[in-house]
Design a protein around this ligand. Structure first.
Ligand SMILES: Cc1cc2nc3c(=O)[nH]c(=O)nc-3n(C[C@H](O)[C@H](O)[C@H](O)COP(=O)(O)OP(=O)(O)OC[C@H]3O[C@@H](n4cnc5c(N)ncnc54)[C@H](O)[C@@H]3O)c2cc1C
Length: 593
């Protein structure tokens, strides 16, 4: 297996040349002086080392050993506690945190690149700090000042970690039907009782304390999603002086045995009258949790990207090394018994598909992170617009990156032939590990429904118009550049196709309640392909003039050509499916399935 090498050149290119991140950082009110180009580059270089030297080496052993549960105590695989300590000593847990409580206050555009490296090196490991960072966000945005001061500094330091406790055995997608109860106590706290399942990092041996953010209902709460509140429930209660006190009534009943991410502890958690504190307002828990979710969902999408990049690096090294058959054009390396498989058109198709999907995805993750930063640090109209863009693009990023993540890791496995199916080369682990990203944090089917329903039909396409106008503005800006026509013209045509599909879905939704759901998955994929075309065109706009002087830029332009010629045409088939409407899905009587 190739050693993981962080794609720093690609990341720097996107941040500084394509998105001019340092100019944005310099003008956003909350970010001035926090970070400049040099600091950002130094941070990326440090994470590249940590990912390669500390996280990557325990990825395979972590998969083989897995987590253990004995008498309520969870143990992570060998090397994980030490790697976690190194991670925390480096201050990585505080990267995006609020400086008022010990965070570094860095932008998500930088955080997204850092997260990609952690995930590429070791998805199981990444989940522990990523969930903590998400929990910190929800606490920072919604908890009382007292809770923030008590919990955030230790959580940023990583000595305390976070977990997100939503799912129950009978309630996954539909959180409105959860049964966990919260009863008010005289001292202002709540007594939490119930069972949660599938809780990532619900217990582990990495941190001194685990801070659970738990969704529960008061006895007199309204039925459904409007009766859900959010509570902070620590594994160990915290004394007034900030030290760790007695054990709270929250226990891990078992851990799951899973297809992948075996070094991530997935726990069944029991709350038996555990002491908890309200976060945000009563009955507004779901909204508070969504603060965490927008960041988490991009983070889960980035897991798909990281796994794809890792798989690509392995596949590329193997394709240069493995010799089988001769090139159709005659021997390319006559001194060898056969040519390296990278000469074969189909192997090139596989590698280029990976490269083009990863490049488009990495650019889109930077673009979405840019809107997250403007939404967080910006002001006025610009902030409002950014919030709408984040709402629209988050489900696309989560689902498209992870659907394409599975595709990419399977392609990477295929490049290895039979050697991809056995453990030795690590490709099958990536397929198993990335598969969960399509399921948790809201299944990709639910992401698609969110995009088509809440984010598009519910506002008459207003959010979509914002995205479409951003693409159109780019197209207009490029109008005078003849050399860009080969990219801009198909981008304009596919934008029109997406606009037509959106209009058709909006019209159908008026008298067909099934229309958004029936169109949703194909609609999200069409959106994803058009968004990647936009990204690749933006990349080419910068790379094309420099492509004669540097092979890196030449590689970007040629990959973009492949994307437009070989991948983007899938948009046509997707539009046909969307336009077919709901009747073929709904007509078959249930007993005829
Ligand atoms: C390894 C792992 C880690 C996890 N980590 C966490 C965690 O840290 N915290 C946490 O709270 N949860 C966690 N989860 C739970 C995860 O988020 C849920 O499994 C997921 O949200 C789906 O819920 P479900 O499994 O109950 O499926 P269900 O909700 O039962 O869904 C089953 C199928 O029906 C579809 N479906 C359901 N409703 C609709 C609808 N309205 N329209 C269309 N299709 C629909 C779904 O898309 C899915 O395909 C984890 C799960 C796993 C496996």
């Amino acid at each position: 297996m190739a050693e993981y090498k962080a794609p720093l050149r690609e990341m720097n290119f996107l941040l500084h040349e394509v998105f001019a991140a340092d100019q944005l950082w310099a003008r956003l009110p909350g970010l001035e002086g926090a970070v400049d180009r040099e600091t950002a580059d130094a941070i990326l270089e440090e994470m590249a080392k940590l990912a390669a030297n500390t996280l990557d080496p325990i990825n395979r052993s972590g998969d083989e050993e897995g987590c253990q549960w004995n008498d309520g105590v969870v143990t992570t695989p060998k090397g994980f506690p030490e790697a976690y300590a190194t991670f925390c000593e480096g201050g990585w847990g505080s990267l995006l945190g609020n400086p008022e409580y010990g965070g570094m206050g860095m932008p998500k555009m930088l955080g997204a690149q850092v997260e990609e490296m952690i995930n590429a090196a070791n998805i199981s490991f990444a989940l522990y700090p990523v969930l903590t960072a998400g929990a910190c966000l929800a606490i920072d945005a919604h908890a009382s000042e007292e809770l923030k001061q008590q919990y955030l500094p230790n959580m940023y330091a990583g000595t305390w970690s976070g977990a997100m406790d939503l799912t129950e055995p009978h309630a996954g997608t539909d959180l409105g039907i959860i049964r966990t109860k919260a009863e008010p106590q005289d001292d202002g706290s709540y007594s939490i009782t119930g069972s949660k399942i599938f809780i990532t990092g619900g217990d582990q041996d990495l941190s001194e304390n685990i801070i659970h953010l738990v969704l529960a209902k008061l006895p007199d709460a309204p039925k459904g999603p409007k009766g859900i509140s959010l509570f902070l429930v620590p594994k160990f209660l915290v004394n007034e002086d900030g030290s760790i006190g007695e054990r709270n009534h929250v226990n891990c009943g078992s851990i799951e045995h899973k297809m992948g991410i075996k070094a991530s502890a997935t726990c069944a958690m029991n709350f038996d009258g555990a002491k908890g504190w309200l976060v945000g307002e009563l009955n507004k828990g779901l909204a508070a949790m969504f603060t965490m979710m927008n960041y988490e969902r991009l983070g889960v999408g980035i897991q798909g990207l990281g796994a794809s990049e890792r798989s690509y690096q392995n596949a590329l090294e193997y394709a240069r090394d493995r010799v089988q058959s001769r090139s159709p054009a005659g021997p390319q390396q006559p001194e060898k018994t056969a040519d390296p498989i990278i000469v074969h058109p189909d192997v090139r198709r596989m590698l280029l598909t990976q490269k083009a999907l990863i490049g488009g995805g990495r650019a889109l993750s930077t673009y979405v992170a840019q809107w997250l930063d403007i939404a967080k640090f910006g002001e006025g109209e610009e902030k409002k617009r950014a919030e709408a863009m984040v709402a629209l693009l988050t489900p696309v990023a989560k689902a498209f990156f992870t659907d394409k993540g599975l595709d990419c890791t399977i392609i990477g496995q295929q490049v290895f032939g039979g050697h991809g199916y056995i453990r030795e080369w690590g490709q099958e682990q990536l397929v198993r590990d990335v598969r969960i990203t399509q399921i948790y944090e809201g299944t990709n089917g639910i992401q698609a429904l969110d995009l088509a329903g809440r984010k598009t039909v519910a506002n008459g396409g207003a959010f979509f118009e914002l995205f479409a106008s951003d693409v159109q503005q780019f197209i207009d800006e490029q109008a005078d550049r003849e050399e860009m026509a080969e990219f801009v013209q198909p981008l304009a045509a596919e934008l029109q196709r997406l606009k037509d599909a959106t209009a058709k879905m909006l019209a159908a939704a008026k008298d067909d309640p099934h229309a958004p759901g029936a169109a949703s998955v194909e609609y999200l994929h069409l959106f994803g392909f058009v968004a990647y075309a936009f990204m690749w065109a933006k990349v080419v706009a910068v790379a094309l003039p420099k492509s004669g002087e540097d092979d890196f830029y030449k590689g970007q332009v040629k990959t973009a050509r492949f994307y437009f010629a070989r991948l983007l045409p899938q948009a046509q088939a997707l539009a046909a499916s969307i336009n077919a409407g709901s009747h073929t899905l709904m007509d078959l009587e249930e007993d005829l399935f």
